[in-house]
Design a binder for this molecule. Structure first.
Ligand code: F0G
Length: 467
């Protein structure tokens, strides 16, 4: 259907924030000043910001109202118990440990469970998860399912490759693998969901080998919605029941509530193991805050509690997932190849395919990212050799990315269809003269999470020829 639109926004707009498109010449200067690193561009100089769906959503009137209820007591705040109640209801876990964002959950968790040289399997690690595991001496390993690398429109491309996972466990020995992670939805492999069958099978494998199984559950509600939509047997269940079943197969979960918590800040660790919860809490108090606020203010905690009550609303999820799908169709029509099917929170353009004349070590994803800003004041993010390349800080080994992607993440409840149509129009313009785009070279870089601070320069036409 050519004129298919997603289900209309199940909300109306009560408060607005102005945005402007600054002149093109100024955008060109800004790119130079930022050394072609879009993280260094001021938000006021961005027109449509699709850098991330993390912490960038719009809160509901219920959430704004909840802020006033924020109990700022140092210990035992009422807000914490509301937060704990909804998380226990969704996850079924006994111990809920608040943190101010996902990467702190990763830090305290890995600090507590990892020994140097331990392996951490995952379907695909998100960059902070990978970095935190490495920072604690761990070796993150990814086992995306074989379908993940195919172009076909297959559901549940976020799955973990259970065969390879089990082979790996047998090869390395369960004693060197304290935990297996599963990222739901699988952000770094295109925001693709994981099926209940895959969750269950992974749980059985971990159980058999006595290894803990945890979710990185930043986008659990979107994942649950995909299960309802596409996995046989789940159509008559509520998304909440599906989410509860998902969590029933894991020992615990780390959550960045900046995504499906529908909040601007927040997170938690949920788990059943009392001794582990105690050790994590001890470290939490040293580096993050007391166990009933974990680095959040009482009002942040209220916003997350209210957000978790809203995110499983099926009208909201149909609109949310539908909007992303619509955006994907518009981008394809504009001539850019995307990872299919559309993920839950973002569209990923395959820049490697879109710009085959730019080799991975010249960062085709970054070339497109820069061009989106230059042409349309749009901010996207490269997820390819710039983000995942460089060198392993533990082994010194050269790292490569499996794909050269550009992610256009959609903040929750923020942009309308006409904003997305504008982005697609800009992409259509770039498509027409894509052969003229040039790659980039690195001027300066850090060892961990280099993409945040990297400095780049565009290759000159002469340099392009030499390379
Ligand atoms: N896990 C996943 C799957 C994530 O996508 C993120 C963050 C984190 C953990 C870390 O959470 O930011 O609260 O510390 N993802 C953001 C993104 C930054 O843009 O995808 P955090």
């Amino acid at each position: 259907m050519d004129d298919w639109r997603y289900p209309a926004e199940p909300f109306r707009i009560k408060s607005v924030e102005s945005i402007t498109l600054i002149p093109r010449a100024r955008r060109e200067e800004i790119l130079k000043e930022a050394r072609y690193n879009i993280f260094k561009i001021k938000a006021e100089h961005i027109y449509i910001d699709l850098l991330t769906d993390s912490g960038t959503g719009a809160m509901s009137s219920e959430q704004w109202a909840a802020l006033m209820r924020g109990d700022e007591s140092y210990a035992g705040a009422r807000s914490f118990y509301r937060f704990e109640k909804i998380i226990k209801e969704i996850t079924g876990k006994k111990f809920i440990i608040p943190v101010h964002q996902g990467r702190v959950a990763e830090n305290v968790f890995f600090s507590t469970v990892l020994k140097k040289g331990d392996y951490v399997p995952n379907n695909t690690h998100f960059d902070t998860t990978r970095a935190n595991a490495q920072h604690k001496g761990g070796i993150p390993v990814d086992f995306p399912c074989p379908e993940a690398s195919l172009d076909d429109e297959i559901p549940f491309k976020g799955n973990i490759d259970t065969q390879r996972l089990e082979g790996f466990i047998e090869e390395k020995g369960a004693e060197h693998i304290p935990v297996v992670f599963m990222t739901v939805t699988n952000n770094s492999s295109g925001g693709q969901p994981v099926s209940m069958a895959n969750i269950k099978e992974t749980s059985e494998i971990c159980g058999k080998h006595g290894i803990m199984f945890f979710f990185d559950c930043a986008r659990f509600a979107e994942n649950a919605y995909f299960i309802k939509k596409s996995e046989p047997g789940f159509q008559d269940k509520t998304v909440k029941e599906i989410a509860q079943e998902m969590f029933s197969y894991v020992d615990g979960a780390l959550m960045s509530a900046k995504k499906d918590g529908l909040a601007n800040m927040g997170g938690f660790i949920a788990l059943n193991d009392e001794e582990l919860a105690r050790r994590i809490t001890e470290l939490l108090i040293v580096i993050e805050g007391f166990s009933t606020y974990g680095g959040m203010s009482g009002r942040d905690i209220e916003a997350v509690a209210a957000g978790l009550n809203e995110v499983l609303n099926e009208d909201y999820l149909a609109y949310r997932v539908g909007q992303v799908e619509y955006f994907g169709k518009m981008i394809e029509k504009a001539g850019a190849p995307i990872i299919k099917p559309a993920g839950g929170h973002a569209i990923f353009i395959d820049a490697g395919k879109f710009l085959p004349h730019i080799k991975p070590d010249q960062f085709p994803g970054q070339a497109l990212t820069v061009e989106l800003y230059r042409e349309g004041g749009i901010r996207a993010v490269e997820i390819g050799s710039l983000m995942f390349g460089g060198y392993d800080p533990n082994t010194g080994e050269k790292l490569t990315a499996t794909k050269e992607l550009v992610r256009l993440a959609i903040p929750r409840r923020v942009y309308t269809a006409s904003h997305l149509d504008y982005v697609a129009d800009i992409i259509a313009g770039i498509s027409k003269r894509k052969d003229q785009l040039r790659g980039y070279k690195i001027l300066r870089q850090a060892t961990l999470l280099r993409h945040f601070t990297i400095e780049l320069d565009e290759l000159s036409p002469e340099e392009v020829k030499v390379r």
